[in-house]
Design a protein around this ligand. Structure first.
Ligand code: ADP
Ligand code: TRP
Length: 340
């Protein structure tokens, strides 16, 4: 990793109750690696973003708590990372209001989240403005910390490009280099930047119901794995099967630390000498081994919510200080800093 990297920023939206392995490999794992390599890492729970879809108070509160616990259990180190809730750092909302003035309505209409809804047949009357404005709030989340880059999965690329466009517009209008242009830090391997779902077709996503969880009950995870698509052209276990692009083997490559076992399964699968059940059972076991420590840590953490809260309070304070400084500078540049 480039030793000059100073700051990275990223967020996870608590729109669902638990993280899945797509979130882990596409976002969380790179976040955890970066925490040891950069000078400043700002990672937050994008709870304001969750409001675009979650309108039930108890559900939202529960999602937020779970995602926080998941993140910490997976290895986020609060000594190295400024870890906080977006809604508790007011500059995020304030900068979003300001930045909306530096991007056109036309460009916003081309953003995927909005466009996909229209294409799915949703009428504009039913699309809330939070969803339409989502990328502007995300640009504010990012630009507040003036980062070098933003580690995310492939699906977030367009949002980071918008943040760059907003930053460029702002810099041009005020003839300044105030905002560095953030780089999308997305893994080059598509098996990682866009982990396929158990349907073997679309990206793994909580809204598509094609996920393999991380912290769900063992039985739930086993069922998710058992429901995985494999090689659709293979009818009997004695038919030779295809390994490449087969989701079960993509997951083996990601999760199974027993490389000999994986190679043996691949060899036998290609020759038609192993059934799907054995391949999936070994995958379930590999999953449990892979996340064993994190699962144990999560149970301990959940018993100590005071510690978790103090981590978030600390993050809130640090993020508030840093982001307030940026907002003050922006107000100075645009003409909102005088006291008259
Ligand atoms: P979801 O699509 O399940 O709602 P989020 O939008 O909350 O997931 O994504 C949180 C982070 O995880 C983002 O950085 C996103 O790019 C990444 N991510 C989500 N799904 C995947 C996936 N299938 N493969 C790789 N990264 C993913
Ligand atoms: N939109 C991101 C997601 O759904 C979450 C997010 C919000 C984010 N603000 C961010 C990610 C800023 C990176 C930087 O996954």
């Amino acid at each position: 990793m480039d030793s000059r990297i100073k700051t990275v920023v990223s967020g996870i939206t608590p729109s669902g109750n638990m993280l899945h392995i797509g979130n882990y490999f596409g976002a969380i794992k790179p976040h955890l690696e970066l925490q040891n390599e950069v000078e400043y890492a700002y990672y937050f729970i994008a709870d304001l973003h969750a409001l675009t879809t979650v309108k039930d108070k108890a559900v939202l509160e529960n999602n937020i708590k779970n995602v926080i616990l998941d993140y910490l259990a997976l290895g986020l180190d609060p000594e190295k990372v400024v870890f906080f809730r977006q809604s508790q750092v007011e500059s995020h909302s304030e900068l979003a209001v300001i930045l909306a003035n530096y991007i056109s309505y036309g460009q916003m209409q081309r953003m995927h989240a909005f466009k996909d809804k229209l294409q799915d047949g949703e009428v504009v009357e039913n699309i809330n403005m939070g969803l339409f404005n989502y990328p502007i709030l995300m640009a504010a989340d990012i630009l507040l910390y003036k980062p070098y880059g933003v580690p995310v999965g492939e699906d977030q690329r367009q949002h980071i490009e918008l943040a760059r466009d907003i930053a460029e517009n702002f810099n041009r209008i005020y003839n300044t280099e105030f905002f560095p242009l953030p780089i999308p830090m997305i893994d080059k391997k598509k098996e990682i930047s866009k982990v396929v779902g158990t349907d073997g077709v679309r990206k793994m996503s909580k809204s598509l119901g094609n996920v393999i969880g991380i912290f769900d009950d063992e039985e739930v995870i086993r069922k998710q794995i058992m429901s995985c698509f494999t090689d659709p052209t293979r009818i009997k276990a004695t038919d030779p099967g295809k390994v490449e692009g087969n989701p079960v083997f993509i997951f083996h490559d990601l999760l199974n630390d027993n490389l000999e076992e994986v190679q043996d399964l691949k060899d036998r699968y290609t020759k038609g000498e192993v059934g799907d059940v054995e391949v999936k059972e070994k995958l379930s076991n590999a999953h449990l081994r892979f996340f064993k420590d994190a699962r144990a840590k999560r149970i301990i953490l959940e018993r100590d919510m005071e510690l978790v809260m103090s981590i978030l309070m600390n993050g809130k304070e640090k993020a508030t200080n840093k982001s307030k400084e940026t907002i003050d500078n922006i107000k100075e540049i645009i003409g909102l800093s005088t006291s008259i």
